[in-house]
Write a protein that binds this ligand. Structure first.
Ligand SMILES: C[S@@+](CC[C@H](N)C(=O)[O-])C[C@H]1O[C@@H](n2cnc3c(N)ncnc32)[C@H](O)[C@@H]1O
Length: 392
């Protein structure tokens, strides 16, 4: 269902693009825009509003970034009833900050439609989207995309676009706040391991205190580590607690090593056009790369938004298998806030613990019994951490 919604937006853009942009031209624009984000960030603000880049955003990035929102929301909904309830509301108001051409809001609509379909919901919900976007051309494209997504999703949508800076924007009452790949544009570029400015941290703290929040950032080391530091600041201030991806509220253990950064690499089914452009630009392995943070207002001590406690045997697998001989080694972030290198010897691999080998990076699981020496034994079971029944 989610894929159908994203495809509908992609088709709408392809039909609306006059003259049609061929795949080679689109691929060249995608490659240039990717370079702006990764190696030439100083030029980003100047160039990203050009016609060519707008085509890349509408024709490629929208369909490749929307699934990241679906994944982040699905995980947040599995961990928190505050997120799960979004799919039960008949009227949902969502604020999309730095909304661009609509990938985030389209991802939200796709997630909502899929989740409601899975629950067998038959009514037509009304979604009020409030998009805040600095760039006027992107703001215009936003409405078109959101309407196409809503039509495919069977959702009634009301769109308001505020063509303005989100800094200083007075937040209306909202059921959720989303912000994808916009915060990093405020990140100072003056050091190798940049951190967000205090005014940015304060602004995000206000968002996090206001409503359930999802922030998604590029999976670059600099932008992800800045997000990890922001996460710690939010938790320490007590204005919000982490719903996902972390299974604990302790300081992020990955910050200790400057070369570590906690990001997702998730398998998704790309749309045919995204797959075609990926082939031309020679993009990696087709997995969606991103870092995210989902929070809910209030400290975890006083707000029962996490429902049933995370078991002490829970882990989050934060690397791919490390390629060790005769065993599988992966770094895991445990429910007690410790980062550990866990291993499973090939000869001790059994159907009950095989998930440790095959799980995709980012999976939350339980290990029973949890070994003191980090070696998963043949008798141990490794199972996907289930959503609580009230969050399914
Ligand atoms: C990389 S795009 C991402 C757009 C969208 N969130 C998405 O996922 O497709 C970042 C967007 O954030 C917008 N942006 C950056 N800083 C902003 C600010 N201070 N206020 C409003 N919009 C901002 C940019 O104009 C740009 O359209």
């Amino acid at each position: 269902m989610a894929q159908r919604v994203i495809l509908a937006v992609e088709d709408m853009h392809r039909l609306a693009s006059q003259p049609a942009t061929d795949d080679a031209a689109l691929a060249a624009a995608v490659a240039r825009l990717s370079d702006l984000y990764t190696v030439d960030r100083q030029a980003l603000a100047r160039e990203q509003a050009s016609r060519e880049h707008l085509d890349a955003k509408c024709g490629y990035f929208l369909a490749s970034d929307a699934p990241k929102v679906v994944l982040a929301l699905e995980e947040a909904a599995a961990r928190s009833p505050l997120f799960a309830r979004l799919a039960t509301l008949e009227h949902v108001r969502v604020v999309d900050l730095g909304a661009g051409v609509g990938a985030t809001s389209c991802g939200f609509l796709a997630w909502l439609a899929a989740r409601r379909a899975a629950r067998g919901a038959t009514t037509t919900p009304r979604v009020e989207l409030i998009a805040v976007e600095l760039g006027e051309p992107a703001a215009r494209a936003f409405e078109q995309a959101a309407r196409a997504a809503a039509a495919a999703a069977g959702i009634e949508v009301h769109v308001t676009v505020e063509a303005r800076d989100f800094r200083g924007f007075r937040l209306p009452a909202a059921d959720a706040i989303l912000c994808q790949t916009a915060l990093n544009e405020l990140l100072p570029q003056d050091r190798a391991d940049p951190v967000h400015r205090p005014d940015t941290v304060d602004m995000v703290a206000r968002w996090a205190a206001h409503a359930p929040l999802v922030v998604i950032e590029p999976a670059l080391k600099s932008t992800t580590r800045a997000l990890m530091a922001l996460r710690d600041a939010l938790v320490a201030s007590g204005v919000a607690h982490v719903v996902a991806p972390c299974l604990h509220q302790k300081p992020c253990p990955m910050r200790a090593k400057p070369d570590d950064w906690c990001h997702e690499a998730r398998r998704i089914e790309p749309t045919p056009r995204v797959a075609a452009i990926d082939r031309i630009v020679g993009r990696r392995d087709g997995r969606a790369l991103f870092a995210f943070l989902a929070t809910a207002p209030g400290s975890a001590d006083v707000t029962p938004s996490t429902g049933a406690p995370i078991p002490p045997t829970a882990i989050r697998i934060v690397t791919d298998p490390l390629g060790s001989r005769g065993k599988t080694e992966r770094v895991v972030c445990r429910a007690d806030g410790e980062l550990r290198l866990m291993r499973l010897l090939d000869r001790e691999s059994r159907p009950g613990n095989e998930t440790f080998v095959s799980a995709e990076r980012g999976l939350a699981a339980t290990v029973n019994p949890m070994p003191a020496n980090d070696r998963i034994g043949p008798e141990a079971t490794v199972d996907r951490l289930p959503p609580c029944p009230d969050r399914a």
